[in-house]
Design a protein around this ligand. Sequence first.
Ligand SMILES: Cc1cc2nc3c(=O)[nH]c(=O)nc-3n(C[C@H](O)[C@H](O)[C@H](O)COP(=O)(O)OP(=O)(O)OC[C@H]3O[C@@H](n4cnc5c(N)ncnc54)[C@H](O)[C@@H]3O)c2cc1C
Length: 407
Amino acid sequence: MRVTKSDRVVVIGAGPVGLCLSLALAQDEIPVTLVETLGDDNFLEQVPRAGTNHPATLEMFDRIGLYEKIEPRGIIAPVFHYWDRHENKLIAAFDHIHLKNDTDFPYVLQCERIKIVEEALRMATAHPLIDLRLRTTFNAFEQDAERVIARVTNAAGEDEVIEGRYIVSGEGARSIVRKDLGIEFEGFTYPDRTLNIEVAYDFRKHGYAERNYISDPDEWSNLFHWKGPPDRWRVHFPTAPEDEPEDLQRPEALQARLQGFLPKQGGYDIVGSNLYTVHQRVATKFRIGRAILAGDSAHVNSPIGAMGMNSGIHDAINLADKLIKILRREVGDEVLDRYERQRRHVALQHTQAETIRNKRVLAEKDPAVRRKNHEQLRRTAEDPKLARAFLLRSSLIESLREAAQIA
Ligand SMILES: Cc1cc2nc3c(=O)[nH]c(=O)nc-3n(C[C@H](O)[C@H](O)[C@H](O)COP(=O)(O)OP(=O)(O)OC[C@H]3O[C@@H](n4cnc5c(N)ncnc54)[C@H](O)[C@@H]3O)c2cc1C
């Protein structure tokens, strides 16, 4: 049956999840209204966040025509490292080439979230089936058996209602839809915040790869390379719960952190810094009636392992495929319960489990456990079969294969 104009999906939030969902729907003839509180003038003023894009996500970007736009703006990185800072030695190097028979993209693309949303927003603006509402803030919604009504404050500052068949919350962790539905966000928040420092310095001179996870009993870190000009590296450090944010971000404190990590004459060229709180939470339900959660509004996790944005985009594509079939009247909307079963399983058994474990491994203090962990990583990386199994899990390919088996 033909999709009509009233078979509109209202998507809240033009983050990576809302944008990928909107593009996938519109490319299959489903009309979308995409609501975003930021405007043209401040859309690119967002704090640095995700940036490592795994192979399965690259396949999804490719399907919606986004890959070719972001590849030139990113860095292709087949290899990532685990380092022991205490001993100043490389523990293991994992090469995605072991996945060459599993994916057309046996590498990650280091390309920041802000570049991804910039390119995707451009595509959404140009698509005739996407009614893009920038500078429009979503406030509340109602639903009945036939439709949803979203209440927004539009760019002119007026109250407006937008009608559709379904509403999808791509609003991020503070989702109003989730709160309005009374859905719990179960999990915990780490007491310590993470400090992110952006620096213009080429760490490859010291043997680092484009993406590095660095274990240390006192100060674990992550080190990632981003394409410029000028190229930048992002270094993450833990902080103590009692540390004052202003003290942590004073220029001399940032220099001292970097000098402690790797001493360098003349000081580092620091481009920026920010502090963020890390939550590990999953919504108890991903769907009630015509309202659906996707991405950070459904689940949040630590960035160690690069799974938040990636798994959110996997939600978006899974959901798009189901909404397309529902709105073409090919299937009933009970398939949305399958979306919840599949994607909650991934959130709990993969992204939560992996990111919690990753932090534990990097921050481990017991020397005997550290030695055992490092030895296991080394052996895994050196054995092609074990390395492939490890990479299938770390790159979320295994999560998609498992989800496909869920009825
Ligand atoms: C420091 C850091 C590093 C990270 N690194 C990685 C990584 O390497 N890999 C990875 O996969 N993930 C990473 N993540 C997680 C990743 O950034 C998020 O998982 C991802 O951005 C979630 O996308 P989203 O579209 O669901 O939500 P968001 O990116 O939060 O986007 C939500 C959008 O909704 C809009 N919005 C919110 N409320 C409203 C409203 N009421 N009305 C209208 N619009 C609204 C917002 O303005 C925003 O544009 C990192 C996170 C942090 C903090």
